[in-house]
Write a protein that binds this ligand. Structure first.
Ligand code: Z5A
Length: 211
């Protein structure tokens, strides 16, 4: 058909822990599939790889790593998926990705690492076509079912993460009020995603992040 050679879109979800990313990604995936689109849901960290297992063990507090070492592992976890990501996009598959480089930078910077140092290893990954930031106050997010036992699931830390996220906004970002009802949030996402997919189908080029 007309779109057989057009590329898929890279749609990234960002936000604090409990902001609703996982719920909204799932709903958006079903919706876009229902519209007949080729679409897959991904998430970072991808805990299925060797690097991902090291990250998972760190997050579960089963291992300790230097702040810079874990930062580079999160980045490596994206690099090891980069070629597959590009292949999927070029073959017309839209990817809905739960967390990406912005999480990498915001969480590491919240520990006190320099922002530019944090961004450097992310440069050259594929730039998202659309970043959906689910905006929820840290206090509100904490009220949702409470935090578990994973590292970073603490209010003071999440507040610092929120501050760092704000410095990363660019033209690809759409900030959505994540405190609206699930349905109201989803309604806005569907429109944003549909427009993004069309723009990519019309030939918007894939570009690199931060380089
Ligand atoms: N991390 C990093 O440091 N560096 C990196 O490069 C990357 C990640 C990629 C693991 O991520 C940690 O790794 C994460 C960042 C760091 N640490 N933290 N914090 P993860 O993706 O495995 O875990 P998560 O992001 O924290 O996922 P989550 O806990 O599943 O949160 P969520 O996906 O945003 O929310 P949810 O599961 O969809 O919803 C949470 C609850 O709120 C649930 O009960 C819902 O029913 C409820 N909810 C959702 N939406 C609403 C609305 N609109 N109203 C009311 N209630 C709602």
């Amino acid at each position: 058909g007309q779109h057989s050679s057009s590329r898929g879109s890279l749609i990234v979800f960002e936000g604090l822990d409990r902001s609703g990313k996982t719920s909204q990604c799932g709903k958006l995936l079903s919706y876009l599939k229902g519209e007949g689109l080729s679409v897959e849901a991904w998430r970072f960290p991808d805990r299925s790889t060797g690097v991902g297992q090291m990250i998972s063990s760190y997050l579960a507090n089963q291992s300790n790593l230097d702040d810079r070492a874990i930062h580079l592992l999160f980045s490596a976890n994206r690099w090891e998926k980069r070629a597959l990501m590009e292949n999927k996009l070029q073959s017309g598959i839209t990817l809905i990705v739960d967390r990406y480089s912005y999480s990498g930078v915001a969480f590491s910077a919240a520990k006190g690492l320099d922002i530019e140092w944090c961004k450097a290893p992310e440069a050259g990954l594929i730039a998202p076509d659309l970043v959906i930031y689910l905006d929820v106050l840290p206090e509100k997010a904490a009220e949702r079912g409470g935090y578990g036992t994973e590292r970073y699931e603490q209010l003071e830390f999440q507040k610092r993460v929120a501050e760092h996220y704000k410095t990363l906004h660019d033209d690809s970002w759409e900030v959505i009020d994540g405190c609206l009802s699930m349905e109201a949030v989803q309604q806005q996402l569907r429109e944003l995603a549909t427009n993004c997919v069309k723009t990519c189908q019309r030939g918007k080029p894939l570009v690199s992040l931060w380089s």
